[in-house]
Ligand binder design. Sequence first.
Ligand code: NAD
Length: 459
Amino acid sequence: MASKYGEIVEESLNALLNDTSFLPNFSGDERKNAFTSLESILSTPNQIQKSFLRVPLENGKILRIPAFRVQHNNAVGPYKGGIRFHETVEEDEVINLATLMTLKNALHDVPFGGGKGGVVINPREFSEKELHTISKTYVQNFSDILGPDKDIPAPDVGTGEREMDWMMGEFKNIHPGRPYRGSFTGKSQMNGGSLGRREATGKGVYFTLRYMIHNFINENEGWFKENENRFAKTALNHTKRELTIGIQGFGNVGSVAALESYQCNYLNTKVVAVSDRNVTLYNGDGLDIEALVDFTSKHNGDLPTTKEALSQNGIKADIQDRADVLYLDTDVLILAALEDQIHEDNVDKVKARMIVEGANGPITLGADRKLSDEGVLVIPDILANAGGVIVSYFEWLQGRETQFYSEEEVSTMLFKKMKETMDEIFPQFFSDPFPLRQNCYIHTVMKLSDIMYRHGKLY
Ligand code: NAD
């Protein structure tokens, strides 16, 4: 069975089959063969490695923990993608996420391929010493396939700069005398990490929303007036009133996107709801995001869950169920938690007019089709959450140059790169019938196909 992104690749290739300006040198049976090659290359990974990490625990027991590294495609450059520590990690999920990385990097002209890793643990159940051993053992077990010119991991859910520092340290031990700074990104600044890496994904997520609304409405007013759909009506109103935003997930991505909204001068937005693994907090007048960020920084990343905690910290909000954020009547919903949060069984309850995918794959394909039919604008993961990998690329470059950029330089370079992609994609979106997600995929599949054709791989 094709993976989720494999299916999307197939749809994009079908849309391109009769476009003779795409792969113009192929016709007839040769063209069919080229498309079959493309589909099989892009919908299957080059390599899946699974290993059991042998980890002695502090209580004397020994665990064998399943771990994965999937290398999807390296036509554009070394494999690149995060390592996730989460109890629900499984092989198919890692394959999907690795495929998305190939497509995302190509879309944004980042010279990397796609990879992803995962370890099946709930990191909250392990001590720091045990997490250190898990991180080191991961590198030992996959060391042959990792490296600055082979495959460069980064943080993902459940991992951060601490784990990347440990992993890079172990890589250096295993490969003495070899270049090591570019072996992992998302490291601490002391260890060669880039300024602005932690904030990059959340900033990029908000930037895509801001750029779509602030820069494209006036130029495309005709389109918005013709399209009497949920998104168009909301977007046209943005200068007359504040746009309300709900955010699922208040971790690295969600909390930074919330802060960007709180501090943004370009768009009139207010965050009325945020959620995490425990609760949704709602305030129709707008939440005090700075106070919430301050609270989470002191409470292991968690939002306040009781009235007492809210009042002690001067935060005004109603406490609701954690899933409620998905169904609130907001203009914008930013999904910044996990996969498959909006699916066939709950999509009918979603009222937001625009959705920005900060997380990878937070909407299932079926739910996505339904949202698109109803005229909800979805700014897809491949476009919206690329900030992290873009700044990871800057970190890798800085490691090579042993020259470091200021935070302002990193932000400027990040926004420039994302703007270049959006300037290619958005005008096309306003002039053809495809949803934004499909537009992005058609675009990236065309780029990858051209590269593979030039590599002589389409036969
Ligand atoms: P994180 O671990 O920092 O934060 C995750 C947040 O989601 C936390 O607030 C957590 O409480 C919440 N959460 C967990 N389970 C939940 C549930 N069942 N319902 C509601 N909320 C829940 O992770 P992050 O780095 O912010 O990543 C979030 C998403 O963004 C992931 O899908 C990740 O793959 C994706 N992403 C992250 C980056 C990055 O640079 N961090 C880059 C691209 C994509």
